[in-house]
Design a protein around this ligand. Sequence first.
Ligand code: PGA
Length: 248
Amino acid sequence: MRKPIIAGNWKMNKTPAEGALLVNELKPLVADAECDVVVCVPATDIYAVAEACKGSNVHLGAQNVHFAESGAYTGEISADMLLALGVEYVIIGHSERRQYFGETDETVNKRTLTALNKGLIPIVCVGETLEERETGKTEEVLRRQVVEGLKGVEDITKLVVAYEPVWAIGTGRTATSEQANETIGFIRNVIAENFCPKCAAAVRIQYGGSMKGSNAKELMAQPEIDGGLIGGASLKAADFALVVNYNK
Ligand code: PGA
């Protein structure tokens, strides 16, 4: 009942021309996908990639959005600016933004509420660091990120949560499928307790962290895992198509 969603996160990679080329290569490879397919691209690529996505099942996402309507926020991009270019999804609170750019649960919350209010679909990232996992803080951290980050959200089913253990991102070290399943189950329970059980059963929760063609099938077979947020393996059309077509 939860439609799987596989999203690529290109991070700070690809020029507009390279991005459009990737999507043009990707389209025929994923045309029969049974999941939602999304590419989250750098802001400078949005215009070119939107053109390439037209008429296909590849949906467009951004990697951040500011919470204000407009104004004196040098370097920031508003929801209306993204919507005007055909953006549907937006990653919010990626661990790299939390780690390097001062993103907090509070700013994640503000961005999420603005995105929802404007009709963008947020992909809200949560995840523990290695130190937090090793010191037994995983559940405490995830509970805080979910409760604070999603505070005030009226319909949680309008967003996607991405569980990305920080120690698995870009490291080649994937959480085992059981670990990922169990932790995503925990997140779903937190949502049930703090929002509503019915919404918790319907909200899509992705796994992210070194997910690729060779492990996608096993991860996606887990009952709690509804998709993936893919970094490294989304940078080549053939690699990303293997993840999208995990069930073929
Ligand atoms: P990775 O990145 O697939 O390269 O580990 C995932 C992410 O950061 O979204």
